[in-house]
Design a binder for this molecule. Structure first.
Ligand code: ARG
Length: 459
């Protein structure tokens, strides 16, 4: 038998395989709430404009609330024959209230309907991502406050570079995740135009009030071009792009946590809540959550690539290709939210190993730059020459199997006669970090000022 919603011109129903490839209900049921919210606003507007009667609008409203509660309590029976969430809801509404249900789709198409539902779904996720990112930043700021003066090695090329403070390192991520947050906020603002009322593609001849529905559904304005409104998905691509960059940052922090929690580094102790054991090696405490987050960028960025490929080359306006937009976004959003929550938990619960951070900071000739800077300041040496003298001293220390502060004054003077005992003041890691007070530097006093600033933002 032919389709009850659109089967007028069909003598035969679809092949079972056709039904299977065509149906989206398996995944777009996740937009049920948005679909019903959109339909309620549409029905109220149709009545306000005298396009349908108040009695019909009331029946539709009541009916949709029943459908929503059936979906939320799990008693709703989804049907693949009805293709998607839009027709599943409408069919159930018809079963509940009869004839008035048939008037709901006046001045509307599934094209503007799905564009609306998906946009609202993505908008909710952008809001959720913003909340989750602020929670993560808050956790990082708390770590920064606790360790504003703990010293640790800063790395370039994963080779010891200069001592930095733990707080400064934590706040570097606060900067990154805060930019991620504002990216979601920017994207949200751009996506906040309402496609409802674009109808199939050309708009409608019914005297609808698009300002009313846009307003009711929390949009800033109705989308100005009906063709664009039903056929673009750049709001979803932008969401995925924000998600990808966030996931990339999560991946970098995860990698650091994996390294830091190793027996060789011992910079941090991850809590039992965020680690797992090995089935054979009893000593193991594996950073699985961090490793999984390190990997999630693969599927999240993959979703961005996949949706870009779906959209490329599509002529205006709607093509069924666009039904392939949702699963990618759903999967990316789920994994992003899971990762943000896991990272927030992990960061909150991790314990820095302050003595081992400090020991590592003091090794690897980490204050060589401070020594070179001292030569410039105290002996008025050109920096290039100071760099060379310091390099010679590093080599000497390396040969002796000691670190820079362990060299004697005589050792130093053998390399350059004018060096005085004052040089030892800059070789300690605490002095090193304390001296970096220029704006943006690692000094504890800077970290404390930045912590204050962030605490005002992530209160
Ligand atoms: N399930 C469809 C989708 O997700 C809804 C829109 C259908 N529109 C159409 N013209 N067939 O894209």
């Amino acid at each position: 038998s032919s389709n009850a919603m659109w089967g007028g011109r069909f003598a035969e129903g679809p092949d079972a395989i056709m039904e299977a490839i065509n149906a989206s209900i398996g995944f777009d049921k996740r937009m049920a709430r948005q679909d019903i919210t959109g339909s309620r606003a549409h029905a109220a507007m149709l009545a306000a404009q005298g396009i349908i009667s108040d009695t019909d609008a009331e029946a539709i409203r009541e009916g949709l609330l029943t459908v929503l509660s059936e979906i939320e309590t799990g008693t709703f029976e989804f049907s693949t024959k009805l293709e998607d969430i839009h027709m599943n809801v409408e069919a159930r509404l018809t079963a509940l209230i009869g004839a008035p249900a048939g008037r709901l789709h006046t001045a509307r198409s599934r094209n503007d309907q799905v564009a609306l539902d998906f946009r609202m779904w993505v908008r909710d996720q952008a809001d959720a991502a913003i909340d989750a990112l602020s929670a993560l930043c808050k956790a990082l700021v708390a770590q920064a406050e606790a360790g504003a003066e703990w010293v640790m090695p800063g790395f370039t090329h994963l080779q010891t570079a200069q001592p930095v403070t733990w707080g400064h390192h934590m706040l570097a991520y606060v900067e990154m995740f805060s930019r991620d947050l504002t990216r979601f906020a920017d994207a949200r603002e751009r996506m906040n135009e309402c496609p409802l009322g674009a109808a199939a593609l050309a708009g409608t001849s019914f005297p609808i009030d698009r300002e009313m529905t846009a307003n009711e559904l929390g949009f800033d304005r109705p989308a100005a071009n009906s063709l664009d409104a039903v056929s673009d998905r750049d709001f979803a691509l932008e969401f995925l792009s924000c998600a990808s960059i966030t996931a990339m940052h999560l991946s970098r922090l995860s990698e650091e946590l994996v390294i830091w929690s190793s027996a060789q580094f011992r910079f941090v102790q991850l809590s039992d809540k965020w680690t797992t054991g090995s089935s054979i090696m009893p000593q193991k405490k594996n950073p699985d959550a961090a490793e999984l987050m390190r990997a999630k960028i693969g599927r999240i960025f993959g979703a961005q690539v996949a949706l870009t490929m779906v959209m490329k080359g599509l002529p205006l306006t709607y093509s069924k290709d666009m039904q392939e937009d949702k699963e990618q976004v759903f999967d990316a959003a789920d994994n992003l939210m899971l990762s943000l929550a896991a990272m927030t938990g992990m960061v909150s619960d991790m314990q820095a190993n302050v003595p081992s951070l400090e020991a590592a900071a003091s090794s690897g000739f980490s204050t060589a730059t401070d020594l070179a800077d001292w030569l410039v300041r105290a002996l008025d040496m050109p920096f290039r020459e100071a760099h060379h003298v310091t390099g010679t001293l590093v080599k000497m220390a390396e040969d002796k199997g000691c670190d820079l502060p362990d060299l004697t004054l005589e050792d130093m003077q053998a390399v350059h006669g004018a060096i005085t005992t004052d040089v030892f003041t800059v070789l300690g890691v605490h002095n090193s970090v304390a001296s970096r007070t220029a704006y943006g530097g690692t000094a504890p006093v800077n970290v404390r000022a930045q912590v204050k600033r962030w605490q005002g933002i992530y209160a």
